[in-house]
Design a binder for this molecule. Structure first.
Ligand SMILES: [Zn+2]
Length: 189
């Protein structure tokens, strides 16, 4: 295992004001095909969604969900976390994963089966505000260290009842947080 593993606890960060201009996310509401993989359910978009990060273009290949969150903030996990996995258009060996903390509310379980939704309003799952950025790894499979992580700072309250029931009942587990080692976490100013 390498020295740049994910997830991590986000504690001390380096304020980097011009970071905000280096990210542009192009997401739309879309239909998703649900695929059962060895690591859990993956939602593959029908259409094209992009993330531009530091002059590189990445295309969304899947969404998936973890409960509790994989990344921690100042020593604590959040309720849940969405991972939007994008691969670089000119080098599919490199990924940009946009991570969003999800607030599922504290309403009691609806008792629904938690069927995976096939229509997701993706822009509604992107919070306003800044983000953290660091170099790390996939958190499943071979833990390949090929991921530029973007972790949105604010949590999003999931309004879609079906998605909320799904994440409550069927989200993937979380890998334990890994040592930061010699890395820095940058944050928008
Ligand atoms: Zn994940």
């Amino acid at each position: 295992m390498g020295e740049q593993q994910s997830p991590i606890n986000i504690g001390r960060t380096v304020a980097t004001p011009d970071l905000l201009d280096q990210l542009e996310i192009g997401w739309r509401p879309d239909r998703f095909t649900v695929q059962e993989g060895p690591e859990g359910l993956r939602f593959a978009p029908r259409g094209t969604h992009t993330a531009h990060l530091s002059d590189q273009v990445y295309r969304l290949v899947n969404l998936h969900f973890h409960r509790p969150s994989e990344h921690w903030v100042r020593g604590r996990p959040m309720q849940a976390e969405m991972h939007a996995v994008h691969l670089r258009v000119d080098d599919r060996l490199h990924a940009c994963v946009v991570a969003v903390f999800l607030d599922l509310g504290d309403a009691p379980e609806t008792g629904g089966a938690g069927e995976p939704p096939t229509w997701i309003d993706l822009p509604a799952l992107l919070p306003e505000g800044g983000f953290h950025r660091y170099e790390g790894s996939l958190t499943t499979g071979e833990f390949t260290e090929n991921v530029s992580w973007v972790v949105m700072r604010e949590a999003v309250t999931v309004a879609d009842e079906g998605l909320r029931a799904f994440v409550r009942s069927r989200a993937d587990h979380a890998r334990p947080v890994q040592p930061l080692n010699r890395r820095f976490v940058l944050t928008t100013g």
